[in-house]
Design a protein around this ligand. Structure first.
Ligand code: BG6
Length: 453
């Protein structure tokens, strides 16, 4: 067993209490490690008890033994991430904890700090030797050191490139795990399974049979007190650059040689290099500019719909629509694949609906297929019959939350569901080119503004 040391840089952030602690809890509950330690680093002094108290509400039916095991192996260190001399003493503290618990020194560094600090943290960890470039070759017996970067990874192509360069100076790409938490979701993983484990879909998966693809990630929530961050980011950078483009690559990539590792990432990059944005509509919900932390008169978009083309032999000419927004009618992430209509053999005007495959990512995972059938009691009327798989009602399924899956994969050293440096850069190239007009206002709780295409 790897018996890792999890080191969370920026432990006081919301991500720790909402996502990381519940994920650690579930990993311990499933006995993934014989022993391990969790070390939270933050500028402000904080105790493990304070962090745990605020995280309790995010775990259901707590098992006291697991909770105790987690809290007894949790330590906090206070350190200013911009103080480069201070990293040596942090390193000594980490080593002392590992020694006390008899851990081998396999270290997973989770960078959950403000993104502006990623450069400082990367530099500090490398120059102090807390995290080392991995050795290669058969004789290499050193414990592993892996770095996990939370998104946003840069704020445009230039900044993402600079950060990738900084990381590459100190570490090998095989040690770097860039998170897009959508890739840890069970039904995002299922996209590749649906595509490549079903022979009947394969001949249809191209421009000859697909009429359009729509990927929507609608949110009912707003910016949830993150005004300062969100106002610098907006929907294009917060959601489209990462989650939606990742979903698009999984839908359109060619079959990889193997359904693992670099083969998948190579195919995804090929798609990203061939994407052309054709149109866009941006929106902002009524009242956004009055939110705390948001600049008065801000033109940051809280809604984005873009139309794009994938310029590959398989997809050329098929319209792809990506859309996302805050404060919309309901939360739903869904992919709609609409097939072309069959030839008309029945009535003159032939009102045959298209077959549609829908992949539900959130909140109810599953998929459905609308297949045309004879309307009951008629001879020539057509009605779509929906065949649906509902993941939660399949017996015995206990779907892990995405962060649990992601952390488990980092410990296992598999990068398949993490974003490679070139994927990030290609995705920024696409987003940097979306023209930013004035966003259209829309009312909260609606479907957003009217779309121009
Ligand atoms: C995050 C965005 O990446 O994803 C948030 O920063 C958004 O703005 C969140 O609310 C949505 O994630 P999920 O898993 O709830 O769909």
């Amino acid at each position: 067993m790897a018996n890792p040391t999890f080191i969370i840089c920026g432990v006081t952030g919301d991500l720790t209490r909402r996502k990381l602690i519940p994920a650690f809890y579930h990993l311990l509950q499933k006995n993934k490690f014989e022993k391990c330690a969790f070390i939270g680093i933050s500028r402000s002094k904080v105790s493990p008890a304070e962090i745990f108290e605020s995280s309790h509400q995010f775990i259901h039916d707590i098992d006291a033994d697991v909770w105790d095991k987690l809290s007894n192996s949790f330590f906090c260190i206070s350190h200013d991430f911009t103080d480069h001399d201070g990293y040596t003493s942090v390193g000594e503290k980490i080593t002392a904890i590992e020694k006390k618990l008899g851990l081998p020194g396999n270290r997973l560094f989770y960078l959950a700090t403000l993104p502006e600090l990623f450069n400082d943290v990367t530099h500090g960890l490398a120059s102090s030797g807390i995290a080392k470039r991995s050795c290669k070759g058969d004789g290499c017996k050193e414990p592993w050191h892996r770095l996990v970067y939370e998104k946003p990874f840069g704020h445009n192509l230039k900044s993402a490139r600079a950060l990738n360069k900084k990381i590459a100076e100190a570490f090998d790409e095989s040690q770097i795990f860039r998170i897009d938490h959508y890739l840890g979701k069970e039904h995002v993983g299922n996209i590749l399974m649906l595509r490549f484990a079903n022979r009947f879909l394969q001949p249809l998966w191209n421009k000859d049979s697909v009429r359009s693809v729509k990927i929507s990630m609608n949110e009912a929530i707003g910016i949830e007190g993150r005004g300062e961050f969100y106002d610098k980011t907006g929907a294009l950078k917060d959601i489209v650059q990462n989650h939606l483009l990742q979903l698009l690559t999984l839908i359109t990539m060619d079959a990889p040689k193997k359904l693992r590792g670099e083969c998948i990432r190579d195919e995804k990059v090929k798609i990203l290099k061939n994407i052309k944005v054709e149109d866009s509509t941006l929106g902002q919900y009524d009242g956004y500019a009055d939110e705390p932390g948001v600049e008065k008169g801000s033109t940051t978009e809280t809604f984005a719909a873009i139309k794009l083309g994938v310029n590959t032999p398989q997809w050329k000419g098929v319209p792809f629509m990506l859309g996302t927004g805050k404060h919309l009618e309901a939360k739903e992430t869904v992919i709609n694949i609409e097939f072309k209509k069959p030839d008309c053999l029945f009535t003159e005007d032939c009102p045959i609906p298209s077959n549609t495959l829908r992949i539900f990512i959130e909140p109810n995972e599953g998929f459905s297929m609308a297949i045309n059938a004879q309307a009951p009691g008629t001879q020539y009327d057509i009605t779509p019959a929906e065949m649906r798989f509902v993941h939660n009602s399949a017996a015995g399924i206990n779907t892990p939350e995405s962060y649990e899956t992601l952390l488990n994969e980092v410990v296992g050293g598999d990068q398949s569901i993490f974003v490679r440096f070139d994927e990030v850069e290609e995705a920024w190239k696409i987003i940097d080119n979306v023209s930013k007009g004035h966003p259209k206002l829309y009312k909260k709780g609606t479907t957003g503004p009217s779309i121009d295409f």
